[in-house]
Design a protein around this ligand. Structure first.
Ligand code: PLP
Length: 408
């Protein structure tokens, strides 16, 4: 029996692959100094690790342009704020979906309220899918930016970014995709999916620690810098350099965070190579794709078991996809008559189940499925390291709650 059954991987993945912990520790002790600033060997080693990580991530996301356009930030929220504020001007129109996280909703709401920016918020269907044609219909000559959350962190529904990207490419707008819930879980190819700006966070499916995120910016996209400071290059210039990554990367980066991304990228590639039936050495992208598909199938299997059990429980409402359409392993539900936060507290106190309750920082998604008044929903998100015991304990703990609190 475990102390905790962790079902909150949509918030942050836990645990990380062992090699991530060991590499961060090793690198922190040997070379975690300021990269690109000094010429001494430790700084050179740090810079080499950072450069290699940019390359691996570019490859991982099918980005074939200059790898200096892979920019490191604090997290996805930081990336989204930088990108949104650096692209949108007063008078512009922006399209987002009702499934966005507050890290998109709030910057956009501020622009709408304070800067004469107009906003279309596209509604999904009842299962959580956006019709790409609704994006087409919302586009106007003034549309500067279209932002789509690749997978809902409430419902798990995955949007068809290739179809949406194709539509946006026919306009002058920039297509930005929030991959927080899909990076490391679904293969993503910026070229094929025609994504102009890709937003990622390190601490979820990419298996890095907290405090590292990033964005990948296609070379035809201009993002105004909104933070200025030291870069270690061009120090006589009074202004922020135009060159990437310095343009958007002032100040000291999280070297332990980048080291975590680095080790995790190698872990993906080694896993994919091992899983492949091929004798030849696969490219980083090919190997990672195999690993990501494997991770998705493992997580989908966990999800199916949870979904089947919950959908058969009387008094339980499961939200989101009904089996048709692509999805990730995130499932939200409510138990009749019990507020979501109370369910979460009881599952934690009585059975050690770690799940997430509330609005999951996505209030419009909850408004859409009608759960705002129930204080949101209870979300279970198994991960790659979830095992049978986690699934069985979770199902029986929910079953017990339901039987205790449902009147026959
Ligand atoms: C879809 C989505 N976007 C953005 C974020 C924000 O990520 P971060 O906390 O790394 O800034 C999250 C985190 O839960 C998310 O699920």
């Amino acid at each position: 029996m475990k102390d905790n059954y962790y079902m909150d991987n949509a918030a942050t993945t836990w645990p990380k692959p062992e090699v991530v912990y060991t590499f961060i520790d090793k690198f922190s002790r040997s070379s975690a100094v300021n990269p690109g600033r000094a010429g001494h060997q430790m700084a050179v080693d740090a810079e080499a690790m950072v450069v290699q990580t940019r390359k691996m991530l570019a490859n991982f996301f099918g980005f074939t342009q200059d790898t200096d356009r892979v920019v490191f930030t604090l997290n996805a929220t930081d990336s989204l704020n930088m990108a949104i504020m650096g692209i949108v001007d007063p008078g512009d129109h922006v399209i987002i979906t009702q499934l966005e996280h507050n890290s998109v909703l709030r910057p956009i709401n501020h622009l709408e309220r304070d800067s004469d920016v107009s906003v279309s918020r596209i509604a999904p269907d009842k299962y959580g899918y956006i019709d790409p044609e609704d994006i087409r219909a919302a586009l106007t000559p003034k549309t500067k930016l279209v932002i789509v959350n690749h997978a809902s962190n409430v419902l798990g529904s995955v949007q068809d970014i290739a179809a949406i990207g194709k539509i946006v490419r026919e306009s002058n707008a920039v297509f930005m995709v929030d991959t927080c819930q899909t990076a490391g879980v679904l293969p993503i190819d910026m070229e094929k999916d025609t994504v102009d700006v890709l937003i990622f966070t390190g601490h979820k499916g990419l298996f890095a620690p907290m405090g590292i995120g990033g964005l990948i910016v296609s070379d035809n996209i201009q993002i105004r810098a909104s933070r200025y400071g030291g870069t270690g290059v061009d120090s006589t210039s009074p202004f922020q350099p135009d060159d990437y990554p310095y343009h958007l990367e002032p100040g000291t980066a999280s070297l332990p965070g980048i080291a975590g991304l680095h080790a995790a990228q190698k872990w993906f590639a080694e896993k994919g190579q091992r899983l492949s039936s091929s004798d030849k050495t696969l490219s980083h992208q090919e190997a990672c794709r195999i690993a990501v598909e494997h991770i998705h199938s493992v997580e989908t299997n966990h999800l199916s078991r949870l979904s089947l059990a919950f959908r058969n429980m009387e008094g339980v409402t499961v939200y989101g996809p009904n089996g048709n359409g692509q999805r990730v392993a995130t499932l939200s539900l409510n138990i009749d008559g019990l507020p979501a936060d109370q369910v979460g507290a009881m599952l934690d106190a009585d059975a050690g189940i770690c799940c997430r309750t509330g609005l999951h920082c996505a209030p419009l998604a909850h408004h859409h499925i009608g759960t705002k008044e129930n204080k949101g929903a209870v979300r279970f998100s198994p991960g790659y390291f979830t095992d049978d015991e986690d699934i069985e304990e979770t199902i029986s703990a929910v079953e017990e709650l339901v039987s205790l609190y449902q009147t026959p």
